[in-house]
Write a protein of this length. Structure first.
Length: 239
């Protein structure tokens, strides 16, 4: 060849397959160019070595869900602020999902349950509409767990107050289960978290929030995911 051609066309020549089959192999991450996975059918090749993975399948490439450990506390509570930080370079080395990284995994990611403003911890992005609906539309059913570091002197019955129904500006707040983890850290477990709820609750009993970290949404946990890194949620995992 003297002129570069599309990877899909090169694969058709090698495999004697149809164009749609070639594109499905490529988009599924089964085609290697000089040993590197290329999942873009329009990628141009010249004299590079093009190979099909021996376990290649024409099965559709399923949408992915990404769990990210947001290390910086943003002033806004919208999780999309963290999207630029999710790159192949920030992928956690101990990801045990078995999912191979593809470029297509970094597009069409939808943010789900937002963090409390000023919080760090678990943020979930997904290409799977079912996961997005579960985390956004059914937020009142998914318990979230926060670790909250506080300062100040708690009121005499402060812990009991945190575990009783509270109101903010006349509106009843979602119930919370609150317990001490140590002398400066509280554990909050609550559903359908209202923006600013945790900070308001702490202030109501004489405490100032110094740090908030979300540890869990439903059954999905931050676990030992390092700050600033991400991993895949294994396919079939339910919240």
């Amino acid at each position: 060849m003297t002129e570069p051609i599309r990877l899909s066309k090169r694969l058709i020549e090698l495999l004697r397959c149809s164009r749609s089959e070639a594109e499905r192999y490529i988009e599924g991450g089964w085609v290697l160019v000089d040993g590197e996975i290329i999942d873009q059918p329009q990628f141009k090749v010249l004299d590079q070595t093009v190979e099909l993975h021996p376990e290649a399948t024409l099965a559709p490439c399923p949408p992915v869900t990404i769990l990210f450990h947001q290390a910086d506390a943003f002033e806004v509570d919208h999780p999309a602020a963290a999207l630029p930080l999710i790159t192949p370079e920030s992928h956690a080395a101990d990801d045990k999902s078995g999912i191979r990284i593809l470029k297509r995994h970094f597009s069409r990611l939808k943010p789900t349950a937002p963090l409390e403003a000023g919080a760090t911890g678990l943020v979930v992005f997904s290409q799977d509409g079912r996961v997005v609906r579960r985390l956004v539309e059914d937020a009142n059913k998914n318990e979230q767990e926060y670790l909250v570091e506080v300062s100040g002197e708690i009121a005499a019955d402060g812990l009991a107050s945190l575990n009783r129904p509270m109101k903010q500006n006349g509106w009843k707040l979602p119930d919370a289960k609150v317990s001490w983890q140590n002398e400066i850290r509280l554990r909050f477990a609550l559903k359908n978290v209202r923006p600013g709820q945790i900070e308001f609750m702490c202030q109501s009993v004489g405490l100032k929030v110094e740090m908030m970290m979300r540890l869990r949404i439903g059954r999905v946990s931050l676990a030992k995911l390092p700050p600033g890194q991400w991993r895949y949620l294994p396919h079939g995992t339910l919240f």
